[in-house]
Design a protein around this ligand. Structure first.
Ligand code: AMP
Length: 192
């Protein structure tokens, strides 16, 4: 299997690119944000818990997120996938460690972290614009958007070093048209 972490701050374009790349490379797209939104929409217990964090722009606790992710990976493994495209996970060092151990347990590994690099002010603009149509409560409020970006720098940005330490980090310019960015990402994916 080839497992790739698509990385970057909120609004970098991970979800948009994942939709294209999953088809192109036949990978299973796993977005923890989508999983939380699905649970919130369906009023599950997990959804109610997640909402108390997502609405503030904060991360959901690691134990909850890790369990949810593992359960979904186990479910998807039954169909013998070619690999996973992780989107929005891992987001903390604890999550990265759990993912490494979990992949090892499954006889595979994370091949690479491919990061979309975008300036903060561009992110805020994109998220506000997306908020007009996404229906996402956390896109509708500039304060929450800025808190999500702050949370990224507090807890997530450091994961670059984690994967650089394993020689698995690839940075890609995340500004341009969707097609241009897909091309840049594909150039990295093709080598993996
Ligand atoms: P996203 O769609 O990836 O921007 O995620 C939306 C929200 O879901 C985030 O702001 C967090 O509250 C929560 N979330 C998604 N992925 C994670 C994760 N890996 N760890 C903790 N919280 C997460």
């Amino acid at each position: 299997m080839t497992n790739i972490v698509l990385f970057g701050p909120p609004g970098a374009g991970k979800g948009t690119q994942a939709e294209v790349l999953k088809e192109k490379y036949q990978l299973i797209h796993l977005s923890t944000g989508d999983m939380f939104r699905y649970n919130m929409k369906n009023n599950t217990e997990l959804g109610a818990l997640a909402k108390t964090y997502t609405e503030k722009g904060h991360l959901v606790p690691d134990s909850v997120t890790n369990e949810m992710l593992k359960e979904e990976v186990n479910r998807q493994l039954k169909s013998n996938p070619k690999g996973f495209l992780f989107d929005g996970y891992p987001r903390t060092k604890d999550q990265a460690r759990v993912l490494t151990a979990f992949m090892t347990e499954k006889g595979t590994e994370v091949a690479a972290m491919v990061a979309l690099e975008v300036d903060d002010e561009v992110l805020v603009g994109r998220l506000l614009e997306r908020g007009k149509s996404s229906g996402r409560a956390d896109d509708a409020n500039e304060e929450v958007i800025r808190e999500r970006i702050a949370e990224y720098y507090r807890k997530t940005d450091i994961l670059k070093e984690y994967y650089q330490g394993e020689d698995k980090y690839y940075g890609v310019n995340g500004v341009g048209s969707v097609e241009e960015i897909t091309e840049r990402l594909s150039a990295v994916f093709d080598k993996l």
